[in-house]
Write a protein that binds this ligand. Structure first.
Ligand SMILES: *Cc1c(COP(=O)(O)O)cnc(C)c1O
Ligand code: SF4
Length: 436
């Protein structure tokens, strides 16, 4: 797999006809934020005749508006004047700090321990689901410009959270029988060679690990490198590994990241989807809603319809997190809800398994259900789909309507409503079935 970043990325863009002015923007922005594409993204997904407005180009290539204007100008001036490397590096590091590299408190708040030792690389936020970040899976076949893990790709050291040893995973699971779902994530776990992946997965198929019912893989490989499932040297071994998981009675869920219907249109991705499905695994699709790439209802309804036809289950439409190039990719919540509703109206019930807009915020997964007027006040009606405290799952709450709000932290309680983070008024009562 040929990949392009930094100067090679600039050379690729020049080869494909991008202007000198754009190449300057590319060099400035890619000295702060991480970018990487591969030959498949460049040759089969991007429509160069439509660049820079092509959605996959927008998804994977730098744009000057990804940096605040003053930061862009400052770094551009350093580039233009041929500033020494260490000066540039310092300016880039300062700019990275301004872009909120540590969104929320995810990294610190949910790290479990085993025998008193911190297991960096596991995240256990919801009782039933454990997130695993295997150390060999902490990169991707290409990068999304909006990735909330961007800081780890530029090597901000304290953010590298990764689990080295499969024994730590099985050790933790043996003490935590409430975990039914193990979710391998990254980066992209499908970047790992099959032989490496096997060392993580095989122990979970052991009869001693019967409490683990579902193996999930969060991946964008179907989109960025579908050959992983078709013609890579170890593609067949990977498919056989998934088959063995299914044969061992586990549900295998490939949580595929698809941002735009374009990603579903090449013969190789269709072949890859067919092969993965033939193992008995179920593919579910999710992606954030982002400006310049998929902020139109018809992009989502076309994508969901095609997914259903390909046997893939639409799952989540996420809201872009408050980090990195959010000022460029962010979409206000009210607009996101309109896009979701218009997209859902355009598809049949089979594609309405897609839930959104959903924010993966510190109290849990927050769904924006509707904008409504109650007692003369315009409000957002929201619901917790996932919560650290399982008794709060399904709980509805209200926030003041704010057409500019883009994230959970921008919301304020309305109508005297309970709000996540506040004491639970129903805590003294036993959990009720209706709360689910
Ligand atoms: C989304 C998420 C999960 C999985 O939630 P589901 O609703 O079961 O898909 C697990 N852990 C974390 C931290 C998450 O953000
Ligand atoms: S595939 Fe996922 S982890 Fe990788 S760059 Fe894109 S959003 Fe980030």
């Amino acid at each position: 797999m040929k990949t392009y970043s930094h100067e090679r990325l600039a050379a690729l863009a020049r080869d494909r006809g991008m202007s000198e002015e754009y190449l300057r923007d590319l060099r400035v922005v890619s000295s702060v934020l991480p970018f990487k594409v591969n030959e498949y993204v460049a040759d089969q997904l991007i429509d160069w005749s439509a660049a820079p407005d092509d959605p996959v180009f927008r998804l994977t290539f730098p744009h000057r508006d990804m940096l605040p204007p003053d930061v862009f100008e400052n770094i551009a001036a350093l580039h233009d004047s041929g500033a020494p490397r260490d000066v540039l590096r310092k300016a880039a590091a300062d700019a990275q700090e301004l872009l909120n590299p540590h969104p929320g408190d995810q990294l610190e708040a949910n790290v479990p321990t085993l025998d008193g030792r911190r297991l960096d690389g596991l995240q256990h936020k919801y009782d039933e689901t454990l997130l695993v970040f295997p150390s060999q899976g902490q990169t991707c076949h290409a990068y999304c410009g909006y990735c909330f893990r961007w800081a780890q790709f530029v090597g901000v050291a304290e953010l590298r959270q990764a689990l080295r040893s499969p024994e730590d995973l099985t050790g933790y699971l043996a003490n935590h029988r409430e975990v039914t779902d193990v979710l391998f994530t990254g980066g992209d776990p499908m970047i790992m060679k099959t032989a490496v992946l096997k060392r993580w997965i095989e122990p979970l198929l052991d009869p001693a690990m019967e409490s683990v019912r579902t193996l999930r893989f969060g991946t964008k490989a179907l989109s960025y490198w579908p050959a992983r499932f078709t013609s890579d040297a170890d593609a067949g071994d990977l498919l056989r590994l998934l088959e063995r998981c299914v044969a061992a009675g586990r549900h295998v869920a490939v949580m595929a990241h698809f941002s735009h219907p374009r990603e579903l249109e090449t013969p190789v991705v269709r072949d890859a989807i067919t092969r993965v499905r033939s193992t008995g695994a179920v593919i579910r699709a999710q992606a954030p809603l982002i400006a310049h790439v998929n902020d139109r209802a018809d992009a989502w309804s076309r994508m969901w319809q095609q997914l259903v036809e390909l046997g893939v289950v639409p799952y989540y439409m996420f809201v872009e997190r408050d980090t990195g190039a959010r000022s460029y990719f962010g979409v206000p919540l009210a607009e996101a809800l309109d896009i979701y509703n218009n997209a859902i109206r355009g598809v049949s019930g089979l594609a309405r398994s897609a839930r959104g807009p959903v924010m993966s915020a510190s109290p849990g997964k927050v769904l924006l259900d509707s904008v409504t007027t109650v007692a003369g006040e315009r409000v957002f009606s929201l619901r917790l789909l996932q919560a650290r405290d399982a008794r709060l799952v399904g709980r509805q709450f209200f926030a003041r309507y704010d057409p500019k709000a883009e994230w959970f932290d921008d919301l304020r309680p309305a109508l005297g409503s309970w709000f996540p983070g506040q004491p639970d008024p129903e805590a003294s009562q036993p959990p009720q079935a209706g709360d689910r």
